[in-house]
Design a protein around this ligand. Structure first.
Ligand code: NDP
Length: 474
């Protein structure tokens, strides 16, 4: 057992555990070597993720969101692949124009409109903020103005829908497949550019990782925090905008399409818009906190983030709304309240768990969690230049219940969006299936990384909090 070192009376009172700091490891961050399983998974994803997106969107367009009918048609010989492909809308000048204006507008909001929200919104953290220490020991600065970008974009959207009428609010739905080609082009261009940049003009050479395997490097990224100039940060821009700003607009466009087709918007569509709207707004309200999450802190920028943010997120996270355009489900009042409660409780757990960690880390443990001083395990790690850093892992509040209770809340919220769509088709349930796989995999990936970062200290932590997602079960 590592030695327990007591630093002062305050820490003694709260049973904090200080570990032997010599145990920490030097290497942390993304892998340097690729095993066969990782390589096979990556090749699988590179091939099948784009096809999956196409299959889902095509199923709605041509088969009323049935995932089985296209397969049955193909297997029975009723249709050939070419029949389905020939019926698929192609890239259009209209879609290319919409997409170019959209991305350019988000770049302008990101780069040229400094945050003013933090000047009048109490409690909101915006403006210039610092990220976490990178493996090379760099602390990047970010201009946090996502909430402002989201507000301006949505004010303009509603101003257009109710006053200017420059374009129809169904514009996104009406161009959904042509826009998919535009999103793919951007996703591939950005990921390829990031790879070339990593080789030839990285922002910080010490924070680059090369495995020597082309596919792994392309997928998982080489550069840690690629930037153009001082402020255009690829991760912050592509993660948040255009994908997440678009999420709520896409849902609004689906609601407008329901109104156009059926003369009303169903309660299920309202639930999906409201619950996902809360999630998106929460993301932007907490954008500064987001700098400390795995995407920004630990993942390198490659196809996984670049293409994922441009294509996977806007197309697959919005499947419920798309489904409800084709199947306008009207829930009973009891079911609607049940879905709303599940979504809100899930959101509460998700937010409170994240908030507890953020508060704990910001105050270096000098805070109150559920009315008490938090307990924690003290740990240390080293950056590549050999500098030693100290950190703390909290074992109080939701973080004492399970090691990733924030994911549990996220999963409850995700289930609520799916349940809003009823039980007729599997397609809207893709999200909960995907999120379960993503977050379980993320638990394992994160814990592997934490173990290589904190060494024996991490083992102490997992002994104190033995479960990952559901206390007593997993
Ligand atoms: P976490 O916010 O859980 O961050 C994990 C990191 O927190 C660890 O790597 C470690 O970092 C630190 N940490 C772990 N345990 C403790 C502890 N007990 N006390 C203090 N710090 C700890 O994970 P994510 O960044 O993955 O997720 C953030 C949120 O985003 C989650 O709520 C998740 O549900 C959500 N999310 C949503 C996705 C979506 O697609 N909708 C995708 C991914 C995430 P360190 O090295 O600093 O110690």
């Amino acid at each position: 057992m590592p030695a327990h070192k007591e630093k002062n009376s305050e820490e003694r009172n709260h049973k904090n555990i200080q570990n032997d700091t010599q145990a920490s490891q030097v290497q942390w961050g993304r892998a340097w070597e690729v095993d066969w399983f990782s390589l096979a998974s990556i090749l699988f994803l590179l091939m099948f993720a784009p096809l999956t997106v196409y299959y889902f969107i095509m199923s709605c367009d041509q088969y009323q969101c049935s995932l089985t009918d296209p397969l049955i048609d193909l297997l029975m010989g009723n249709k050939h692949l070419s029949d389905i492909w020939n019926k698929t809308p192609t890239l259009t000048y209209t879609a290319a124009g919409i997409y170019t204006i959209w991305v350019a507008f988000q770049v302008i909001l990101y780069m040229f409109v400094p945050d003013f929200c933090h000047k009048f919104l109490p409690g909101y953290v915006g403006g210039v903020q610092e990220g976490a220490v990178t493996p090379a020991g760099v602390v990047n600065k970010y201009e946090i103005n996502g909430l402002q970008a989201w507000i301006i974009t949505h004010v303009l959207w509603f101003a257009n829908a109710y006053y200017f009428h420059w374009f129809s609010p169904t514009i996104i739905f009406d161009n959904w497949i042509p826009l998919l080609w535009c999103a793919n082009i951007l996703g591939y261009v950005v990921s390829t550019f990031a790879m070339i940049k990593g080789y030839f003009f990285p922002t910080n050479a010490k924070d680059c990782k090369f495995t020597g395997n082309f596919f792994y490097d392309y997928m998982m990224g080489i550069e840690f925090n690629p930037r153009i100039g001082k402020w255009f940060d690829f991760k912050l821009f592509f993660n948040g905008r255009p994908g997440i700003v678009a999420w709520t607009l896409i849902n609004l466009s689906y609601a407008a399409k329901q109104q156009e087709l059926y003369g009303q918007v169903t309660n299920s569509m309202i639930l999906v818009n409201v619950l996902q709207g809360i999630y998106v707004l929460d993301f932007f309200w907490n954008e500064a906190w987001y700098l400390k999450t795995i995407d920004i802190c630990h993942d390198h920028f490659g196809w996984y983030l670049g293409w994922g943010d441009c294509v996977w997120l806007p197309y697959l996270y919005t499947l419920q709304g798309l489904y409800l355009v084709y199947h306008p489900v009207q829930l009973s009042t009891a079911s609607a309240i049940g879905v709303l409660m599940l979504g809100l409780i899930g959101y509460y757990i998700f937010r409170m768990t994240n908030h507890q960690k953020d508060l704990f880390r910001r105050t270096n443990g000098n805070c109150r969690i559920w009315g008490k001083k938090p307990e924690y395990i003290e740990c240390s790690y080293m950056s590549v230049d050999g500098t030693k850093y100290y950190s703390k892992l909290m074992i109080s509040g939701f973080w004492g219940w399970a090691r990733h209770f924030n994911y549990t809340g996220d999963l409850m919220g995700s289930l609520a969006y799916c349940l809003a769509c009823g039980f007729e088709h599997i397609l809207p349930y893709f999200y909960i299936i995907y999120m379960t796989i993503l977050l379980t995999h993320r638990c394992i990936r994160d814990e592997h990384r934490c173990f290589s970062k904190y060494g024996k200290d991490w083992k102490l932590y997992t002994a104190a909090v033995p479960y990952r997602l559901i206390p007593g079960v997993f």
